[in-house]
Ligand binder design. Structure first.
Ligand code: HEC
Ligand code: HEC
Ligand code: HEC
Ligand code: HEC
Ligand code: HEC
Ligand code: HEC
Ligand code: HEC
Ligand code: HEC
Length: 438
């Protein structure tokens, strides 16, 4: 029995216990030290990298602030730490409107907009709003779901104005493919409310006639430059099998630099003045939006692009030579001329090679179209999906992967899948032709 064990055994037990107690003591001391060091480290990081911005609204006696501190404390807390609050921009500047303003609601003796529109931002940020309006993030994004007919249905009162704005965007109305609008209709509003619309409403017209939702990138109410500049912001929409810019970025050398060293970059540096000291590698915003080196800040995300890469068969954009100069000015802060020229020549060649494959896929199914062997309804038979995946997923992925340095997306999610779908299309076409002749 254990209680009557021999002395040797109990000595062993005492020794084991002693070892355990000492071990435990050491562990406690080490853990304690580690905790203290982490604490010191964190306070160092906080003071060195993230100076705590004061809450500009801490002592405010503004009536909106005083009451909303109780009703929606999160909003007041966030807004209090923004640079706009520090610059004395008030809740009223974005929210308060006249009684007859479209969308106004009566509120505590005045009238407010529950969701301030770009017209409110425009009072102080005319340049950003004008640039945004010239981009495909504006009306083209919305029309990509609804089509022009849908725009007319949804906004019949000011349709003519909206159409004129849309047509004035030089590269805006390029919309070669109506097939996705068909998906929008097939799926219906119960589904698309949480799908297409969540992303494409970035360009939705507002009741007051202004366009778009700045808050899709500038999450209310911090309006933080750091948050807008981080690639995670773009990742809400630029992700997934058909436009995996986020996934591509993560596997690119630029994305690796961001993941491993990004915490030391100057995310809050003043806009328009950014240099390689602030950002030693590129982010989505650096290449597409930020003022960087000699390139100036823009909210027109098409301003530096040469191709319509999203199209089944890519074409050059209007003014693409100027756009190219602007993008290459960004690259040139970090890469030499020769490197950039070679890269562009090679990426142009890849774009044309993918075009050739997509044209070939059109030729494969052409006899079915000529003989009327495809149903008129899109997305109702397997061949529609194979044909669509080939260019919409794999063709685009290969192009994006090449232009943004994601080799896996050029190869295994790109070229390989194109070849695979091409083989399937051939088999499907032969079968259908055979069936028709039987
Ligand atoms: C006496 C308290 C009080 C005052 C003063 C007040 N609010 Fe509010 N506000 C509220 C409450 C409570 C709600 C939430 C109502 C709800 O949940 O339906 C609200 C809602 C809102 C909303 C959302 C409205 C919507 O329809 O989505 C906005 C925007 C707003 N307030 C802005 C303001 C602004 C700007 C001011 C100053 C001009 C202000 N509030 C003054 C209490 C107040
Ligand atoms: C720089 C412009 C701006 C300022 C200043 C501003 N807001 Fe807002 N507010 C917005 C935007 C944009 C939205 C988002 C609407 C949306 O997402 O549909 C919003 C939404 C809201 C909402 C509705 C939020 C919800 O989730 O239901 C409330 C309430 C609100 N703001 C209160 C305030 C208060 C109180 C202040 C001042 C402390 C303030 N806002 C300052 C731009 C602003
Ligand atoms: C009444 C004028 C006014 C309105 C309205 C206004 N802003 Fe601002 N905004 C400013 C000022 C002033 C600054 C500069 C703050 C600074 O840099 O010190 C600023 C700065 C910003 C910044 C940069 C923040 C930073 O940290 O540098 C963003 C982003 C921004 N505003 C977005 C918006 C959006 C989006 C809206 C509309 C929902 C809006 N603003 C409405 C005046 C305004
Ligand atoms: C996760 C966000 C997201 C969802 C969901 C989404 N899209 Fe898109 N869509 C995008 C992005 C981002 C692009 C831009 C790709 C590019 O330019 O490379 C795009 C591009 C497009 C284009 C090509 C551009 C044009 O104007 O011709 C069309 C058309 C389109 N989407 C329609 C739709 C439809 C219809 C749906 C729903 C059936 C949908 N999208 C769902 C984000 C989304
Ligand atoms: C696609 C995302 C996106 C959208 C949509 C967007 N912004 Fe920005 N915004 C950014 C980024 C990124 C920056 C930082 C640019 C940089 O790195 O200098 C920025 C910077 C700003 C600044 C500070 C610029 C400066 O030079 O001081 C203002 C003001 C601003 N945005 C206003 C707006 C307004 C108003 C809208 C709506 C019309 C809007 N933004 C829509 C991403 C966006
Ligand atoms: C709310 C969703 C959303 C967010 C967030 C977003 N985008 Fe977009 N973006 C879109 C959609 C939708 C399109 C395609 C519009 C079209 O062509 O119809 C697009 C298109 C683009 C294009 C191609 C424009 C053209 O002319 O073809 C670029 C470049 C781009 N976005 C960059 C960015 C960057 C950089 C960010 C982050 C700072 C960002 N986007 C954040 C939805 C978004
Ligand atoms: C190193 C610079 C760089 C970075 C980083 C970068 N891009 Fe790009 N992006 C490019 C270039 C170059 C092109 C192709 C330009 C052309 O057509 O000439 C491109 C193309 C695009 C397009 C395609 C537009 C079309 O025609 O369909 C979108 C959308 C886009 N980028 C969004 C993003 C997003 C989102 C991120 C971050 C997740 C990102 N980019 C990161 C340089 C960059
Ligand atoms: C802010 C600096 C910066 C900018 C701007 C920048 N890059 Fe880079 N780039 C880097 C760094 C850092 C690397 C990683 C270098 C390495 O692989 O050692 C890199 C790597 C690359 C690579 C891979 C090189 C290799 O040897 O595999 C390509 C291709 C590239 N960049 C293209 C571009 C293009 C095109 C642009 C402009 C559209 C651009 N970069 C803009 C910093 C930058």
């Amino acid at each position: 029995m254990a209680t009557e064990s021999n002395p040797d055994e109990s000595r062993n037990l005492i020794q084991t216990t002693r070892v355990l107690v000492i071990g435990l003591a050491i562990v406690i001391v080490v853990l304690g030290l580690a905790l203290i060091m982490v604490g010191i480290g964190q306070s160092l990081i906080q003071t060195a990298v993230l100076p705590e911005r004061v809450n500009a609204l801490a002592n405010s006696d503004d009536e909106c602030v005083v009451c909303h501190k109780r009703t929606t404390p999160g909003i007041v807390e966030q807004y209090g730490h923004s640079t706009m609050a520090a610059a004395e921009v008030a809740c009223q500047n974005c929210h308060e409107v006249k009684a007859d303003y479209p969308g106004s609601v009566a509120h505590e003796g005045t009238y407010v907009l529950g969701s301030p529109t770009t017209a409110m931002c425009e009072k102080c940020h005319t340049t950003e709003v004008a640039q945004f309006n010239q981009s495909r993030h504006s009306l083209p994004a919305y029309i990509a779901m609804w089509g022009v007919d849908g725009l007319q249905e949804q906004h019949s009162e000011n349709f003519e104005d909206l159409l004129a704005m849309y047509e004035a965007i030089p590269e805006g109305s390029f919309n070669p493919d109506q097939m996705r609008n068909a998906l929008f209709v097939i799926e219906g509003p119960d589904v698309t409310r949480f799908a297409c619309q969540d992303c494409h409403n970035v360009g939705r017209p507002n009741l007051d006639g202004s366009i778009g939702q700045c808050q899709k990138c500038h999450l209310r109410h911090e309006f933080s430059l750091e948050q807008a500049r981080k690639p995670e912001t773009c990742n809400h929409c630029h992700i997934g099998p058909d436009h995996p810019q986020w996934e591509i970025y993560q596997e690119s050398p630029h994305g690796i630099a961001y993941a491993t060293g990004g915490h030391n970059w100057h995310w809050e540096a003043e806009a328009g003045t950014l240099t390689v000291q602030d950002f030693p590698a590129a982010t989505c915003a650096i290449c597409h939006m930020s003022g960087f080196g000699t390139a100036s800040t823009t909210h027109d995300v098409g301003d530096r692009l040469t191709w319509y890469l999203f199209a089944p068969i890519s074409e050059h954009r209007p003014g693409w030579q100027d756009n190219k100069v602007r993008m290459q000015a960004v690259c040139q802060e970090c890469h030499n001329r020769e490197f950039i020229d070679t890269f562009y020549t090679d990426a142009d060649k890849l774009t044309e090679a993918i075009n050739t494959w997509v044209i070939e896929s059109d030729e494969i199914v052409a006899p079915l179209k000529e003989k009327g062997l495809l149903t008129a309804q899109p997305f109702d038979e397997p061949i529609d999906f194979t044909y669509f995946n080939l260019w919409h997923h794999w063709g685009r992925t290969a192009k994006f992967g090449a232009w943004m340095q994601g080799p896996d997306y050029v190869q295994w999610h790109g070229a390989y899948e194109i070849l695979h779908d091409m083989a399937e299309l051939r088999t499907m076409t032969t079968e259908k032709l055979k069936q028709a002749s039987e």
